[in-house]
Design a protein around this ligand. Structure first.
Ligand code: NAD
Ligand code: DAU
Length: 370
């Protein structure tokens, strides 16, 4: 039985991980620590908390005293660190918060684990797993080989730089103090509970509300899309099978330009409207309700500064050594994701208000989302 601290467990991937882990390992004790920033949403894991499947604690990974008491009182033996500021565009507008949480916060969390685990009798195998990103490797040119675990770090955004710095600290705590760490560098996730500042949920909501779909630059930037359930399984395999001090790349093997992926989303939503006429009443501003294809909403806008052109992740090593392979095709994963947002309108209506409206106006100018 594990006693696991999941930081950032009310965010997109963290919440999916909590659902995944509590179903697969009901015997484990799960404590979620999350500051509930704009991206954290207790509603994403409220059912698990209500069913006694996890304990939720609101707090900051930079709060050393809180961490000390959690490690002591809960006898934590496993940490999975999802907590971070995660959106590249926000890091461009305001980098300081990214350094606070992603760099300094990670160091405080590492220190707390080190202090709690150092010298004690080995009750259970301990593990500090840090969730990182493929963005630390920078940008690939067309045709250039995919990122491997030995690709040099070359981060291009303040977000990516902060994640790179955190990875270096995790490595240093392992090499210097012997903290049993692992790191995963993962490609773009998508799926349920994703905050609608990220490309795919933003486009789904904008299609339903009849707002423009903002395509940065020429839309030919390539991302390696991974369904979040596959990411959760990869982390499970790492926790179960990886030795400490290892780093693992995790990708979805689906590399498509943004404009292609947004086009696929448009077609999927159009299909849902064609099959379910009542959607026109539920979403009267949608393109379909006005008799237009969702693709008509696509609009090229000013490019992101320093925009990475292409990511591609080579998952050969985690495939060969830990048996991981992404199981969800992009088409099936996008269809499932569209369905989830159609079926969970109250979830996204709640998160797409308040701070989100302010952010949307600042980022995209002009009209605010309804
Ligand atoms: P998210 O923004 O949806 O969630 C982040 C969570 O962390 C939120 O619940 C937020 O409240 C919490 N948080 C932020 N600052 C905190 C702090 N100081 N203390 C405690 N909690 C805090 O992000 P996500 O997309 O779920 O990403 C999770 C992790 O995975 C991040 O570390 C991110 O860098 C990494 N990652 C994300 C992707 C992706 O495509 N989304 C891909 C690779 C890696
Ligand atoms: O690669 C992993 C990373 O993926 C994670 O580390 C980050 O936390 C996560 O946010 C994501 O970063 P991206 O910048 O790739 O994701 P985002 O959804 O912001 O953008 C995906 C692509 O779509 C990117 O090329 C920028 C583009 N884009 C994004 C938005 C929000 C647009 O064209 N228009 C938009 O409005």
């Amino acid at each position: 039985m594990r006693r696991m601290l999941v930081t950032g467990g009310a965010g997109f991937i963290g919440a999916n991980f909590c659902h995944y882990w509590t179903a697969a390992h009901p015997e484990d004790r799960i404590v979620v620590l999350d500051a509930l920033t704009y991206a954290g949403n207790l509603a994403s894991i409220a059912a698990l908390e209500a069913d006694g499947k996890l304990r939720f604690v609101r707090g900051d990974i930079g709060d050393a005293a809180l961490l000390q008491s959690l490690f002591r009182d809960e006898r934590i033996d496993t940490v999975v660190n999802f907590a971070a500021e995660s959106h590249v565009d926000r890091s461009i507008l305001d980098p300081a918060g990214f350094l606070r949480t992603n760099v300094l916060g990670t160091q405080v969390l590492l220190e707390a684990a080190q202090a709690a685990w150092a010298g004690g009798a080995a009750e259970a195998p301990r593990r500090f797993h840090h969730v990182s990103t493929d963005e630390v490797y920078g940008s690939l040119a067309a045709g250039e080989a995919a990122f491997t675990e030995s690709t040099p770090y070359a981060p291009n955004s303040p977000y990516a730089a902060s994640k790179a710095a955190a990875d270096h600290l995790v490595r240093a705590y392992n090499r210097t103090y012997g903290l049993p760490t692992t790191i995963s560098n993962c490609s773009n996730n998508y799926g349920p509970y994703q905050f609608p500042e990220k490309l795919l949920p933003l486009c789904i909501l904008n299609i339903l509300e009849g707002r423009p779909l903002p395509i940065y630059g020429d839309g030919q930037q390539v991302r390696d899309w991974l369904h979040v359930s596959d990411h959760c399984r990869a982390i499970e395999l790492i926790l179960q099978r990886s030795a400490a001090a290892e780093t693992w790349n995790v990708g979805g093997d689906t590399q498509d330009p943004n404009i292609t992926v947004v086009g696929m989303l448009c077609d999927l939503v159009d299909q849902c409207f064609a099959q379910e006429p009542q959607l026109r009443q539920r979403f009267p501003h949608s393109a379909a309700a006005r008799g237009a294809p969702a693709r008509s909403l696509m609009q090229h806008v000013r490019d992101r500064p320093g925009h990475d052109r292409r990511y591609a992740v080579d998952s050969t090593r985690i495939g060969q050594r830990l048996g991981f392979r992404a199981a969800t095709s992009l088409t099936a994963g996008l269809a499932h994701t569209v369905r989830w947002y159609l079926d969970n309108e109250s979830w996204w209506r709640a998160v797409a208000s308040g701070e989100y409206r302010e952010w949307y106006a600042r980022q995209y100018g002009g009209s605010r989302p309804a």
